[in-house]
Design a protein around this ligand. Sequence first.
Ligand code: GLC
Length: 725
Amino acid sequence: MASQIAKTILEEMTIQEKIGQLIQLSGDFFQNGTAAITGPLKEHHLSLETIYTAGSVLGISGAERVRQVQTDFLKHSRLKIPLLFMADVVHGYQTIFPIPLALGATFDPQTMHDMAAVAAKESAAGGVHVTFAPMVDLVRDPRWGRVMESTGEDPYLNSVMAKAAVNGFQGKLPLDANHIAACVKHFAAYGAPEAGREYNTVDISEWRFREQYLPAYAAAIEAESLLVMTSFNTLFGIPATANQKLMRDILRQELDFKGVLISDWDAIGETIAHGVAGNLEAAADLSLEAGVDIDMMSFAYAKYLEKAANLDEHTKLLIDEAVVRILDLKVALGLFEDPYRGLSVEREATTILSSDNLHVAEQAAEKSMVLLKNESVLPLATDAKVALVGPGAHTGDLLGSWSWQGDPQKTSSIYDEFKSRFKSVEYAKGCGFHALNYQELDQAVMIGRDSDVIVAVVGLPSSETGEATSLTQLTLPTEQLTLLKQLAALNKPLITVVLTGRPLDLTAVAAVSSAIVLAWYPGSRGAAALTNILTGEVNPSGKLPMSFPRHVGQVPIYYNHYNTGRPISQTADDDENKYLSKYVDAKNEPLYPFGYGLSYADLAVEQLKVLNPIVNDSQNLQVGVTITNHSTISATTVIQVYSHQLVGQTVRPVKELKYFERLSLAPLETRDILVTLPLMTFRSMQSNLQWQVEDGDYTVMVGLDSDNVLQQPFEIRANNKRGQE
Ligand code: GLC
């Protein structure tokens, strides 16, 4: 429902001013707080009026700079329509949290919420109004570099995290000065590029899209994300940004999204390269027709909409609709009352990188790290003689991609933390991420030889993660494997810490390491969090949000796969029978499965009871679970409940996550928990593209990962017909 302010302003606007609201400029159009007549303005053959009638800008932040630009802008705005400041505040503003994939590994929506709330508070103080987050693209192919921005391969985990992120960024609507508008992205299915190649074709069935890829976007929109961003890829044969079925029918109609739809960077212009628009004018028409309100940096709207508007009333109407949505967003942000929205240098000083914020980030990092292997060598005694080696051991590059306001120079390294926590630490780099010289290698071997235990920090630099970083190989660089092998030959405990934004093939690493800790890119306080885990001050609790393959040839690999017509049986028959759905040169299973992560404690799911094995349409499934901590240390873990529908109208995944909960157990504690699952939990996408809960036989499974589970049957008799048999 358009606000009165929006309706009033709309009536006074010229067509140029209306089209201006639909244009987003990059920050370099403004230099020294005012419009720059050189640089991009000239490069794109635009007028100064384009700048001073623009609706929004991306990539400018900082109280002083935003104040300067907004003040100058309003001086030149005839109707005093404030500029909207948008930015990529994805996993923190200046206090950088673990990357979103690592936040997925916490299986803790509260942690995701707290990240977003801290990021909102810091960036709001710095003048940001809208963040281009959360990214909720489902991902199953670690060759694609942007898996780091997602929370992983499961529709339910992603939906829970998407909602938590939107609520953290926006708080309760109407937005207050400590919160910012969320922009859920990338709509839609950008996470499924063929061969994991960046910007490549996405071609999945609508049936699969609706069942697995759409739910997380829907959850973010249900949580009232005020914006949505289009994706670069095609879907159902048409680029998303020009796709009316996707944007008008599904997003606006079905999901009832009333907010602002912004294109990704030049995505409107890219419809030409996709071969769907013959030129930029056609690109503008197609995207406006699809309902894209803001053109990020293609200038199609700036250059062609006025002509189109002068030609027909329909275009004028579409432009007015878009303008009203954008003005309403500015109303929701309170910009007409206060174009500076409470930004202040003082608030920046007290809010940004505060000890409270850093503490929240440290706790998030502790919860995100995953213990993949431990041959009783962890935790380490602080009086141990430690040799710390590897390209990631003494670097502030722990922030990962999309941390543009973070400062690696201000980020303590793992060596910095070790020095203050272990009695004796020797450091040697050993090799670079992609470089090796024998002098450095020898130095590392030498300190390893003189130590009680070796900690090797390996992985990829954060520049090799995020957008435009697709890889064909998932193994560690050979230089780093050489270092690990040389260290392993010393027959000392070798603890390998992995810095990565994507699942890697850790087969060779596991073969030589006594223990493996997956640290992801753990953020501003990542080094402290890792040290807390390695010393046992914190018991690891992270679980994998994506399967880790044993070979890149298995990819895409994910736990919620279909059975196929020739499934392997996980028995000796698999080797006997050639004609099964398997490889002849590798196992089907990943090296580490979805939901996997060890603890220092010995934890076990002891019992699973289905309280009502026959569920009718007025009931929920009730499941009793008993979990025991057999150790004398406390522990936190994630209990996971999966289900499988034995027979469905469409094929059903072998298991689907339906519930998860972080549980903390005291030493030697046994806990009984009751899990209640509403019937709708078991809905499945039918071939008519409708959700339905089908009668029939199901299995419920419970475990501390997706592989090792207890299971029990149950039956759904919800549609009554079975009751009449
Ligand atoms: C991009 C990314 C998008 C980001 C935008 C603005 O290319 O795809 O996620 O928000 O540019 O930086």
